[in-house]
Every structure is written in C-alpha cells, then in structure tokens.
Design a protein around this ligand. Structure first.
Ligand code: ATP
Ligand SMILES: Nc1nc2c(ncn2[C@@H]2O[C@H](COP(=O)(O)O)[C@@H](O)[C@H]2O)c(=O)[nH]1
Length: 222
C-alpha cells in the first residue's frame, strides 16, 4: 500500500531514506524494570502499556511458579516445569535466569526478539540477579528500579495482594531488603522511583522514558 502522508513517497526515495534512517538510528532501547516484589512494577507497567498502545512490548518471561488467578499463559508468563526450564537453560535459550523465592525465572532470547522484531520498546520486569546478568550482555537497556515508600508499606501491599503464602512472603521481604541496598550502589540503576502515590510514580516513570518514547513514536510515524 502506498503512503499518502509524504509527497516524496511516490518516487520511493522518501521510503528508502526513512528505512535507512531506521537502520542508522537502530532499535529502540529496551527498559529493565526491577525492584522488590510488591513495589508496584506490574501496576506501573500496565498503565504505561495502556497509554502507549503498541509502543512498548512486554518480554514474556518463563517461570516455574504456578499461575495466579487471572494470569494468562503466554501473556503474563510462560509457565513451565523446572525440568523443562533447566533443559532450555542448558540449551542456551535464555539471556538471563535466576532463582527467586523458590522458583526459577528467566528471559528467553525469543521473548526479547519477538518484541524487537516489531520495533517496540522491550520491557523486562526482572529481579536483581537478572539485572546483574543483563549487565553482562550487549542489550544496553535503561535500568529503572521501583521502590516502595517503606518496608512496612511493601509488606502491607504484598499481604493485601493475597498471592503469597507466609513462607513466600517472608522470602520476598528478605530479598527486598537485600536488593534495595544493592540497587543504591552507584551505576546500578539509571533511576530509582519511589512508588508511594501511584500517579506521581507513573509521572516519574514517563519522564524517565520520555526520550525513548518520543523516538519510538517518531519512528512509527515515518
Ligand atoms: N502506589 C500504590 N499505592 C497503593 N497500592 C499500590 C500502589 N502500587 C501498587 N499497589 C498495589 O500493590 C500490590 C503490588 O503491586 P504489583 O503487583 O504491581 O507489584 P510488583 O512489583 O509487580 O510485584 P511482583 O514483583 O511480585 O510481580 C498490588 O496489589 C497493587 O495494586
Ligand atoms: N531474573 C528474572 N526475574 C524475573 C523474571 N520474570 C519475573 N521476574 C521477577 O521475579 C519476581 C517475582 O515475580 P512474581 O511474578 O512471582 O511476583 C519479580 O521481582 C519479577 O520482577 C525473569 O525473567 N528473570
């Protein structure tokens, strides 16, 4: 189908130039969103993906944990057995993987490629070990960490979510305390966002990603 927006398109010259520009500008930079379990990463991500429909693509991780009510296979996670996941890891199918709260989690190469093939900003929602492993790759994402306003609030959010057993909740709180300290190390994250008031935290997330969002929107128009 011919483009009707650009007068130069009938010659094919503009089309070629824009294709070249996309190649030169490269792919949109991925975003790593990390932070303690219960801090509000998924809540913020859902808002972002709703407002910027088609701009962001979620890297669907693999996990050995059981699905929660409402979670959809292939959308929230690929839910797999430990044996299958360990086999896929040893086959080199994962960019990173980690054990968290008694389960395996990992980002497959395919999960990122699917998003990048659509020229979308790829979002990885991963815990701290995954962040450290991604730093050893050539993905070069923007690193953002979401913090709760306090550990007490974090515990309340996790309890109110009603997704965790007492054992899993305690493991997640312990990991939160450890990981929040590591997150403050210089160079670990480009930005730490405190998610107290949701709208304010969402505003901070949008500002942190504004350059990348503008670039992706401009590239969609061309
Ligand atoms: N600013 C906020 N104020 C009050 N409640 C919030 C806020 N942000 C998120 N929540 C609630 O806190 C709970 C945890 O949020 P969410 O599931 O988004 O966390 P998460 O960081 O994605 O956790 P996980 O890493 O375990 O997936 C949810 O019930 C969510 O509705
Ligand atoms: N290293 C990785 N961590 C991941 C991945 N997918 C999710 N996560 C993180 O796990 C915890 C727990 O998630 P939950 O859905 O069980 O609450 C959370 O911090 C996620 O960010 C992954 O592929 N790799």
């Amino acid at each position: 189908m011919n483009c009707t927006r650009h007068s130069c398109c009938s010659s094919g010259i503009g089309r070629g130039r824009r294709r070249l520009e996309r190649v030169v500008m490269g792919r949109p930079r991925p975003v790593v969103l990390s932070g303690p379990s219960g801090a509000g990463k998924s809540t913020l991500l859902k808002k972002l993906m709703k407002e910027y429909d088609g701009v962001f693509g979620f890297s669907v991780s693999h996990t050995t944990r059981s699905p929660r009510p409402g979670e959809v296979e292939g959308k929230d996670y690929h839910f797999v057995s430990r044996a299958d996941m360990e086999k896929a890891i040893s086959n080199g199918e994962f960019i990173e993987h980690a054990e968290f709260s008694g389960n395996l989690y990992g980002t497959s190469k395919a999960a990122v490629e699917v998003v990048q093939a659509q020229n979308q900003i790829c979002i990885l929602d991963i815990e701290m070990q995954g962040v450290k492993n991604i730093k050893k790759t050539d993905l070069k994402p923007i690193y953002i960490s979401v913090f709760p306003p306090s550990v007490e609030v974090l515990e309340k959010r996790l309890r109110d979510r009603k997704t965790e057993s007492e054992e899993s909740l305690q493991k997640r709180l312990k990991a939160a305390l450890r990981d929040m300290e590591t997150s403050k190390e210089p160079g670990m994250f480009d930005q730490i966002i405190i998610n107290d008031n949701l709208e304010e935290a969402y505003g901070s997330l949008k500002s942190a990603l504004s350059e990348e969002i503008q670039r992706a929107l401009a590239s969609k128009k061309s």
